[in-house]
Write a protein of this length. Structure first.
Length: 188
């Protein structure tokens, strides 16, 4: 009994000493969740209320006693407060921990004349040159000054131009934008 108390006390002190909620490698405290991200949720002293959940494509996840919880676009801290508030009807003074364990939903796609086209997880951010690097660089047939980024926002799509030669010459660096989840880098 005393050993369990000491272990619980040590764990609590470690949590207090840590700067904010723990996040997956490189994710920041203000990281906003995406569909596909994984969370570990635990309620102190409630063994039945400890789960690893995946954010569904509809942007939500299910958790006992709380029902569906909106996750997309929210931080781990916002979700922790929401779950704590919902649990107050059933548990007096619940203590909830929410940890982002995987940022798999934060992804971009690189297609076309690159060595390894595909999907790449951003952890947490990536710009166009970094995405091209992850894709193994371009092939000899790539039209480097015709690269574009296809971005969806609010149901509409738009294209952002990327002229490789200008960026590598140190000109028009604003073209090397930070990518957003769901962006597609097209290398013709």
């Amino acid at each position: 009994m005393i050993r369990q108390f000491r272990a619980a006390l040590a764990a609590a002190l470690l949590c207090l000493a840590a700067p904010g909620p723990a996040l997956a490698q490189g994710a920041t405290a203000d990281y906003k969740l995406h569909a596909g991200d994984k969370l570990e949720i635990a309620v102190w002293k409630e063994v039945d209320l400890q789960r690893i959940v995946t954010v569904r494509p509809d942007g939500r996840f299910s958790f006992p006693l709380t029902g569906d919880v909106q996750a997309v676009g929210r931080s781990a801290e916002e979700i922790r407060a929401d779950i704590e508030n919902r649990l107050k009807r059933y548990i007096p003074e619940p203590v909830v921990t929410v940890t982002v364990t995987e940022v798999a939903g934060n992804r971009v796609y690189v297609i076309g004349q690159v060595t390894r086209p595909g999907m790449f997880v951003m952890n947490p951010q990536l710009n166009v040159l970094q995405a091209l690097s992850l894709a193994g660089g371009t092939t000899p047939f790539a039209k480097l000054d015709s690269i574009s980024i296809l971005r969806s926002s609010g149901g509409a799509q738009r294209t952002l131009p990327f002229r490789y030669s200008q960026v590598v010459d140190g000109k028009a660096l604003e073209q090397n934008v930070t990518l957003e989840s769901g962006d597609v880098v097209i290398v013709p």
